[in-house]
Write a protein of this length. Structure first.
Length: 73
């Protein structure tokens, strides 16, 4: 599917067709998550529970940075 980047106010963006919105199960006003992949980017509906898990994991990794470095050797 080919989408065009267009001017939206002072920003630029893309308009997602109804079919894409239906596949993502999102509608106007919903939040999406953009994830980088080796092939580009992935769009998915924002998952608040998953985001909380990621936040906790990042805190643990930050707090235990030195121990994790030693374990990786």
């Amino acid at each position: 599917m080919k989408l065009k980047v267009t001017q939206i106010g002072n920003s630029v963006g893309i308009v997602l067709p109804k079919e894409v919105l239906a596949k993502l199960r999102v509608s106007k006003g919903d939040t999406l998550t953009v994830t980088e992949t080796p092939d580009g980017v992935n769009l998915s509906p924002f998952d608040e529970i998953r985001q909380k898990q990621i936040d906790v994991a990042e805190q643990v990794m930050r707090r235990n940075r030195n121990m994790l470095r030693k374990l990786s050797q």
